[in-house]
Write a protein that binds this ligand. Sequence first.
Ligand code: CAA
Length: 697
Amino acid sequence: MSDKIAYARHGDVAVLTVKNPPVNALSQAVRQGLWDGMDRAEADAGVRAVVIVGEGRAFFAGADITEFGKPLVEPNLPALINRIEASPLIVVASMHGVSLGGGLEVALGCHYRIAVPSARVGLPEVHLGLIPGAGGTQRLPRLTGVEAGLDVMTTGRHVGASEAHDLGIIDVLQDGDPAENGLAYAQKLLDESAPRRAVSEMDPPAPVDWDAAFEATLARSKGQISPAWCVRAVQASVEKPFAEGLKAERQIFFDLMQTDQREGMIHAFFSERAVGNLPELKGVAAREFDHIGVIGGGTMGAGIATAALLSGLRVTLLEMSAEAGEAARSRIAANLAGSLKRGKISPAQHDQILGETLSVVTGYDALAGADLVIEAVFEDMDVKKVVFAELDRVCKPGAILASNTSYLDIDAIAATTSRPGDVLGLHFFSPAHVMKLLEVVVGALTAPDVAATGFALGKRLGKVSVRAGVCDGFIGNRILSTYRIAADHMILDGASPYEIDAALEAFGFAMGPFAVADLAGLDIGYAVRKRKRMEGLDPRARDAAYADKLCEDGHFGQKTGKGYYDYAAGSKARVPNPDVMPLIEAERAAQGLKPRAFGSEEIVRRYMAAMVNEAAKVVGEGIARRPLDVDMTLLFGYGFPRYRGGPLKWADMVGLDALLADIKGYAEEDPYFWEPAPLLKDLVATGRTFDDLNKEG
Ligand code: CAA
């Protein structure tokens, strides 16, 4: 028998213990071991029941995702589950930790299910671009009915044990050791002469309007297709005999396995975990931190303070006046009220944070004891230099000094202090207590343990942290500036902001670039453009000044009620601001440009080509260490659709040679903007992909 399964006999019950750390994924060796364990129990004279239990953190986290996309090795999971269910012995699943995907499907193939109250179950396959493929869509609805079953499958959410018990998924809730619980339950079932109870033999649930459910699910999933296909699989569970339903489910599962959406989502799953694992920081211990200083209590500073407070850190927030301090405290209180309402903190925690853990001060000396200080003041180098000089004066030795700047040079900031090794960038995204991305910007002189502390802080705050090198805009904003310029060029040439937003939202972005600009505030881009003009624009660069005129008229987006859109009817209404097109038309006329029509396909191609080209430069220059760092930046900070994996995974799937050909074609009109990235050219020449670079580490 495989060493992944331990077999033990307790009277007339056999216990199969799964040992496949960290989360008991159902790898081939585990599947074979379970199969052999069932054979052995059935051949073991006197055994009348089997308990399946996981060792360590979980029952099973599901199929082994690393096997996806590779040739199938027997026994396959559906066959194993059918084999377990068909056993003449009574089979009990004793669940703890998570039972997800194939893990829950194994439990559904058992005849009875017991779980500890902290257990969670779920069918998260939709998050991998799949549907449950080992009987989950056929067995679960037989226990829960169609509506609840579809809710579990199409959301992929984790269902707590108590709710799962109410839904009929778990038979018994019992605190204690899962192995002992399972054994006692099996014994009880034997004592009561409980029947073998196969879910597949239960009546199918009542039908629903399948087409309506399919369409509604598709509309909710923003371009992702797998949730809607759960509906068709469940339909088969109602309309076909069990074995036929299973075949229909398997077919859909295999069809989805061949899709780019599946590939993109699995890339996202592993990259999300790999992004914080930097080879260069292996073995580097982070510095201790418990007390965080935050300078500036505007939206960003208050958001950072809120994130730190919610993760149990002590915060001292510095503002310039008592009045500004009060405003900052109110912003933090409003954020915390939201967390309280959503049940993220208890009323007692809420009161303690505001009463004790947060202090708002007006003098730098109060930061003397802070372990790590993050400044979130006005985006101006001279202002930052003053702040860092003060920090250098008051902070204790070994304290980490961080800037939340989105564009400015961290090395120049570090150089104004006597301790550049302690300085780094921690670039949060607004609202900082909500957005998952954190760019950890490592300067030329940043000490390795300071970078490691940036990642440790990110982890503590529940962020996805990405290492970025120093350049204008780091990873995310540098790439954003470029694809935004590509959008502006399309506007000069004839597209409207509304066509561009619509095309990119259809591609899967949460919001198009102009709706995003309105949300972030048009003043941000305006300030950057003014700074770049002052630094001197390259004469070959095309300039689109129409957006500046919007700002000059006082329209900064949502916060002033008007930007590209008019927000009088609310932010969801998306009513175009009638002032915008005349400004654009005037600009085209001033530049002597004749507008032409753009279809949504061309809009997406140009926009994505600009994004990938700049991303390839960012990787080629070492600003991002790996392509996956760019992918996670765009996914968690810029609304890139998860089911496309990230821009560079998307590029691999589209084909790098076709993309390079597009870029070279565009370069014929505008060679300055469309200069192909050397890395992209190199990958095409050597027949490699961005993902090959991820694998090289
Ligand atoms: N297969 C392979 N590896 C897995 C895995 C799986 N199903 N689930 C987790 N892992 C790995 C992770 O990659 C990670 O590896 P590293 O330490 O090398 O980075 C390690 O296990 C621990 O995982 P996390 O860091 O995510 O730990 P966590 O405690 O934060 O979360 C978890 C644990 C809730 C199980 C989470 O990992 C998770 O959600 N896993 C995926 C669950 C899933 O999607 N299951 C369905 C699989 S598809 C299926 O089963 C298809 C079918 O019907 C046949």
